[in-house]
Design a protein around this ligand. Structure first.
Ligand code: UT7
Length: 352
């Protein structure tokens, strides 16, 4: 039986890169700390007024071009984001309108950094049940609005001045979170591979709300009336809380276990996998997974140094880079793996 495969990819990041040193101007951190603890050297941030549908449309155009199809050939949109342009509606319909294909069904999914393994399973189900033929899958996140500073001109190296003491202390409180995220978008065009044993093979997906407090936004939710209050903003409850060290350990443990179990279910030997395309949250996570699964270093590529953690976009950005550089090719067996807020996590196998 065949499954969906990737026939086109694209990516887009906003503006100029923001190096670690720029963050060290607004809070107590350093390039050395960030590189050693995360592998990140720089990231990108969207401007005020620039949403995920804006980044997503650029990535989507690139993916359509790569696939050699027109936007009008798309009959389903899946938009993965935890940072939509508006609280509602989702960003899928906005993307459809920007691509000039209003009327096409659009589904936003909220698996955060774990979106891609979920999206592959969903897309495959839609195609196999004949609900869709050609799916545009976009993963995009804009974290700039979460960042704990207001001195954007300093961060963007557009101004040089001393940051106010209280602003510096406020940002420092959130430094574990603030240094890992960056903004970006990626797109993939998915269609049935029409090849026996080609395309999507299977996914193993999990979620566990018991651990929701490992990464969540404490304020600005509908448990509160009204859902945004000046007090919540003053208390920085719109900024995500992250239990970083515990999340890191959970990611290593659960991802290694999930990949092993997925391979066993589908009778796939780990040695036959050509490339492990892992979410880019922290280079230490992927190195620990690599060691646990005895994966050769060249089979688990990394681009976190250049983008940071772009949440739902990471796997797509990396996949686009690997395809365009000829590092993954038709016929390759790929294993995608990711963990994110929810907690949600999973892995998927796909033969290109
Ligand atoms: O994509 C969604 C899923 N997210 C993740 O998977 C994130 C996983 N977690 C992580 O990536 C890491 O836990 C962080 C990068 C967030 C933090 O790294 P860590 O090695 O776990 O550091 P830590 O939180 O244990 O902190 C160690 C020390 C502390 O100082 P003391 O108490 O030892 O004096 C922190 O205050 O490092 C300090 N620290 C920093 N220092 C400079 C924490 N963040 C920073 C920073 N710059 N940005």
């Amino acid at each position: 039986m065949s499954g969906v495969t990737i026939i086109g990819t694209g990516r887009h990041v906003p503006g100029a890169p923001v190096p670690n040193d720029a963050l060290a101007r607004v809070m107590d951190t350093s390039d050395e700390w960030i590189q050693t603890r995360t592998g990140i050297k720089q990231r990108y941030f969207a401007r005020d007024g620039q949403g995920v549908s804006d980044l997503g449309v650029e990535a989507a155009k690139m993916a359509l071009d790569d696939a050699g199809i027109e936007a009008s050939d798309i009959d389903y949109i899946i938009f993965a984001t935890m940072t939509p342009d508006y609280f509602f509606p989702g960003s899928g319909p906005l993307l459809g309108a920007k691509l000039g294909i209003p009327g096409v069904p659009a589904l936003d999914i909220r698996q955060q950094c774990a979106a891609m393994p979920y999206a592959f399973q969903l897309a495959n189900g839609l195609v196999q049940s004949h609900a869709a033929e050609t799916i545009l899958l976009v993963g995009a996140d804009v974290h700039a609005g979460f960042m704990p500073w207001t001195d954007w001109d300093i961060v963007r190296s557009e101004a040089e001045r001393e940051v106010a003491r209280d602003a510096y202390e406020r940002a420092t409180k959130h430094r574990g979170l603030a240094i890992i995220f960056g903004d970006g978008a990626a797109a993939m065009v998915l269609r049935d591979s029409q090849t026996p044993d080609g395309g999507f093979i299977g996914a193993e997906l999990h979620s566990d709300g018991n651990s929701f407090d490992h990464l969540f936004v404490p304020g600005c939710g509908f448990r509160s009336i009204p859902y945004v209050t000046p007090e919540a903003l003053l208390a920085d409850e719109h900024i995500p809380h992250m239990l970083g060290p515990s999340l890191l350990k959970k990611a290593v443990r659960t991802l290694s276990k999930t990949v092993r179990s997925l391979c066993e279910t589908h009778g796939v030997s780990q040695d036959d996998i050509d490339c492990f395309i892992a979410h880019q949250a922290n280079e230490r996570i992927n190195q620990a997974v690599r060691q646990a699964l005895h994966i050769p270093p060249e089979k688990i590529p990394s681009n976190i140094a250049r983008y940071g953690n772009t949440s739902a976009a990471t796997i797509g950005i990396l996949t686009d880079e690997l395809r365009r550089d000829g590092n993954i090719r038709e016929g390759d067996l790929l294993c995608f793996l990711a963990l994110g807020a929810g907690l949600n996590w999973g892995a998927a196998l796909l033969r290109l």
